[in-house]
Design a protein around this ligand. Structure first.
Ligand code: SF4
Length: 369
């Protein structure tokens, strides 16, 4: 393993990045991984407690990165003042940029680094792909561990000959003919990128990974600095249930904010929780999560309300003062009960965490994985 290459894993305070940390820690103890957490100063106590527990399990510091280090204010409050109290939103996400991405990129500097990202095999999102050429993302929980940028290069028609040559040296004899057939057929409308990629993965995930690793040796990507990379032989794929399995296997509890709490509305019973880590006032949370915050962490809800001034609100369509009117709470709970029933059928899962973390709901991968 090259000493010049850093291995980094961002802990968000959520279950997936924690599971990835535990998994890599156990499966690849030879990787010297630096764990970090970008602290906005506005996470739930449950998240901070969980970080301490995880750190104890890993036996290694989770480095806390804070933006605006020299300010006496929390990083979020410091930038809020700079933005004239203009609250961030899905369309103006200055918080992610200033509080998560920039501290991370400063931490890496100009070092060549692999950034391990905990996107699961059942998720469609791609995650944070650094625009900095010295940072390369790897996705160990997916069947395809490579970023789109790398795959576009590997499967580009102009690299067909090079990839075929590498495969000839690496593919098992019984598969070579079929693999070369797939490799040599150029990408086209009839043979799109996704089809070609899936066929090659079907013919052997580990062989494909070894081929990509070999291809990268003649590039400027960070992984070119590694003499070997154990993850190329890994064929594990993790879906949501497997993540809970990892927590069980390693004897670590999931963050407490995931714990389901019962509520009753109009004689009907339901359960709610928070579905993700992140700031307690995050604008990505669903209405039912705001009600959870109001009923389970009234002090934090009040603090979130104080940020709403000069016409700025966390939700586009209503203020927090409106959300907690009794008739509105009742409506949100009823809508949520109806939606959870429909989602449970569509997602074939009755786990609250699946229902609340519905992928169709906008979210921020840098904060929640
Ligand atoms: S958790 Fe939400 S509010 Fe906090 S930095 Fe991330 S996107 Fe912004």
């Amino acid at each position: 393993m090259s000493k010049k290459l850093r291995h980094l894993l961002g802990i968000s305070g959520g279950k997936d990045s924690a599971a990835l940390a535990m998994y890599l820690h156990n499966k690849y103890p030879e990787l010297y991984i630096e764990y970090y957490f970008c602290d906005t100063g506005k996470e739930l106590d449950e998240t901070y407690n969980f970080l301490n527990e995880l750190q104890a399990y890993l036996g290694k510091e989770i480095i806390r990165l804070r933006a605006a280090k020299n300010s006496h204010k929390d990083p979020f409050d410091y930038f809020l003042s700079k933005y004239d109290n203009f609250l961030p939103s899905a369309n103006a996400r200055w918080c992610t940029k200033n509080l998560k991405l920039e501290p991370f990129e400063e931490f890496v500097g100009n070092d060549a680094a692999i950034s391990y990202v905990a996107i699961r095999g059942d998720e469609k999102r791609e995650g944070y792909i650094s625009t900095k050429p010295n940072i390369q993302s790897i996705f160990p929980f997916r069947r395809n561990i490579w970023s789109m940028e790398i795959l576009n290069k590997v499967l580009h028609n102009e690299n067909i000959k090079r990839i075929a040559e590498i495969y000839k040296n690496m593919a098992p004899k019984e598969k070579t003919e079929r693999i070369l057939e797939v490799v040599l057929e150029p990408k086209s409308e009839k043979n799109p990128f996704s089809k070609k990629l899936n066929l090659l993965l079907d013919l052997g995930i580990s062989i494909f990974n070894h081929v990509v690793f070999e291809f990268l040796k003649n590039t400027n990507y960070p992984l070119a600095l590694a003499e070997n990379f154990p993850l190329v032989s890994n064929e594990d794929v993790f879906f949501i249930d497997d993540i809970f399995g990892l927590f069980k296997k390693y004897g670590v509890s999931i963050p407490k904010y995931y714990n389901e709490v019962e509520f009753e509305v109009d004689g009907k019973k339901g359960k709610y929780s928070r579905s993700r880590s992140g700031c307690y006032f995050c604008f990505f949370q669903q209405k039912i999560e705001w009600i959870w915050l109001y009923e389970q962490h009234a002090n934090l809800f009040k603090k979130a309300m104080k940020y709403e001034k000069n016409g700025y609100t966390w939700n586009e369509d209503e203020s927090l003062a409106d959300i907690i009117k009794p008739e509105r709470i009742q409506k949100i709970k009823e809508d949520y009960l109806r939606k959870s029933k429909n989602n449970a059928t569509a997602l074939k899962s009755d786990k609250l965490i699946d229902i609340l973390a519905d992928d169709t709901v906008l979210s921020c991968v840098n904060c929640f994985i």
